[in-house]
Design a protein around this ligand. Structure first.
Ligand code: AHR
Length: 538
């Protein structure tokens, strides 16, 4: 399968003869096997592309199931170690991911959230009709969210209520959060423990307003969008100028097909004809890897067929992004508006025995591969895709972290996000390669996927995924514009495609060190089947 950026290289057969001439660097080198064919990569470091915005590694934390309550918030009285009620173990794990931003409070929840219920000493108990019909204590509200962000070092991406709220309610929330003037709302914020204005970096104006957010037509949504964009202001004195200005993100499409392309077209066309009084900076895109609704693929205990089907489906993200980017290009050739993929990830059948509506699923090596493939797609579209939020951060859908009372585990997806940290804000470097094919059950996928990037220190990074669950592969990168001395990093694979981490065996899927062979201008890496590998080239 020829990568879109690729030109065809002569297929090299068995790599053994090639590998013999390389210097062996370090003890953790994985020896190539006879079955490890070679994929040639060509990388010209002097031809960099767009910045891989760190915001592509954003997270999403909705009031849903045990995502916030138990996953992040246990309350100050809990025996689980916390700082002001926020779990210390979860904070420590998330800090290692350098989470750039967290989208909150929803999701569908956001369009029924009334922020006043979540401030002050007395919190009204309300309902969460979207997700299991459970009660919502409102114990985790504005101040707790901002405290959580401060603890993990992330920016706020607040989704305001368009569905059941008003521009006035949202405007007052932003005034409460951001003004430095002595208004009644600022005094209330100070009385609730935070005299200084908060920083709100991103504002989502509604969520899926075409569906759970109010079943709006594009025209109806546009009239809401214009009012919210006009009236919901950020007053923080430190946020009045670029690059610190709060960015506003409009509801965008939820798939492909005419319904969605018409939505994108309508919003972008209106934006092109905007007046001085409203503006946006981003258009959201939601797309889950689900194959069919209701979600019925198992998150654990599946075989190679389901592995291949889910990965084939996730690769559709590339076409989806390309389709909507092309429409955006028509109205915004300068790419001022970012495409913000603020809900993505796998959505499987709920784990047996889990509460309905809590979207509890396991996270396997398949999810690690899925995460890498999507991050690679976003990086390839980095000129337009400048932000993304995986759904969701803890205990819900394709989570980074699972908790069970005082226990916590890191998922395979977490490990990929941690391995990709050096790519945050690095510069994309195009890679030409013939990906080869992996075929199973009549479906054909690329055998490997690769991206490269150069960090601020000038170091080159390679992220390589071997999709084939049965065959190792050697990738041999020929570099122009840099002379490599050594290359090393981490690789993540697992005994089976459906291997998961459990509270009893939390390290079944964990990264291990890997070293490449370097000779002249070439770097060669032999990758295990179904693996994700990130190495830096020194
Ligand atoms: O992430 C779960 C839900 O999926 C979100 O609340 C909604 O926006 C989407 O449909």
């Amino acid at each position: 399968m020829l990568h879109t950026l690729a030109r065809r290289f002569g297929q090299v057969g068995c790599c053994c003869s090639l590998v013999l001439g390389y210097a062996l660097i370090g003890p953790a080198f994985v020896p190539p096997t006879a079955a490890a064919e070679t994929v040639a990569l060509s990388i010209d470091v002097s031809k960099p592309g767009a910045k891989i915005d760190r915001n592509l590694f954003g997270q999403f934390a909705e009031h849903l199931g045990h995502g916030v309550y138990e996953g992040v918030w246990v309350g100050p009285e809990s025996p689980i170690p916390s700082t002001r009620g926020i779990r210390n173990d979860v904070v420590a794990a998330l800090k290692a991911l350098k989470v750039p931003n967290v989208r909150w409070p929803g999701g569908c929840f956001a369009d029924e959230y009334h922020w006043r219920k979540g401030i002050g000493p007395q919190r009204a108990v309300t309902l969460n009709p979207n997700w299991g019909g459970v009660t919502e204590s409102n114990a985790f509200g504005t101040h707790e969210f901002m405290d959580f962000l401060e603890q993990i070092g992330a920016e706020a991406f607040i989704s305001v209520n368009v569905g059941t709220g008003t521009p006035q309610e949202a405007a007052e929330w932003l005034e409460y959060l951001t003004t430095a003037q002595p208004t009644a709302l600022a005094k209330e914020r100070a009385a609730n423990g935070h005299p200084a204005p908060y920083k709100v970096a991103y504002l989502g104006i509604g969520n899926e307003s075409w569906d759970c957010g109010g079943n709006m037509t594009p025209e109806h949504y546009l009239s809401q969008l214009k009012a919210y964009s006009r009236f919901v202001r950020n007053f923080n004195p430190a946020q009045q100028q670029d690059p610190h200005r709060m960015l506003k993100i409009a509801v965008g499409p939820g798939g492909d097909g005419p319904r969605w392309t018409e939505w994108t077209d309508a919003i972008m066309k209106a934006w092109q004809g905007r007046s001085w009084s409203w503006d946006i900076d981003g258009l959201s895109l939601h797309s889950y890897t689900v194959v069919k609704w209701p979600p019925s693929y198992e998150s654990a205990g599946f075989g190679e067929t389901e592995y291949a089907q889910i990965l084939k489906s996730t690769l559709e993200m590339d076409r989806l992004v390309a389709t909507h980017s092309a429409i955006m290009d028509k109205y915004d050739p300068q790419k001022k508006i970012a495409l913000v993929v603020d809900e993505w990830g796998s959505w499987y059948a709920p784990l047996p025995g889990s509460k309905e509506g809590f979207l509890v699923q396991q996270n396997s090596q398949r999810d690690a591969i899925l995460a890498a493939l999507n991050l690679n797609i976003f990086a390839r579209h980095a000129e337009r895709v400048r932000m993304a939020n995986i759904a969701q951060m803890v205990n819900v859908l394709q989570a980074m972290i699972l908790t069970d009372k005082e226990k916590m585990l890191l998922t395979p997806t977490y490990h990929v996000f941690r391995m990709y940290v050096p790519l945050q804000d690095a510069t994309f470097v195009p890679v030409a390669f013939d990906a080869g094919t992996y075929t199973h059950g009549g479906g054909t996928l690329p055998r490997v996927d690769v991206i490269a990037a150069k960090d601020a220190a000038g170091r080159l990074w390679l992220a390589v995924t071997n999709l084939d669950p049965n065959r190792p592969v050697t990738v041999e990168a020929t570099l122009a514009g840099v002379t490599p001395k050594s290359a090393a990093g981490e690789t993540l694979t697992a005994p089976r495609v459906d291997s998961v981490n459990t509270f009893e065996a939390p390290k079944t899927v964990s990264p291990k060190p890997i070293q490449a062979q370097v000779r002249g201008k070439s770097v060669a890496l032999t990758l295990e089947p179904k693996s994700v590998t990130v190495v830096s080239v020194e």
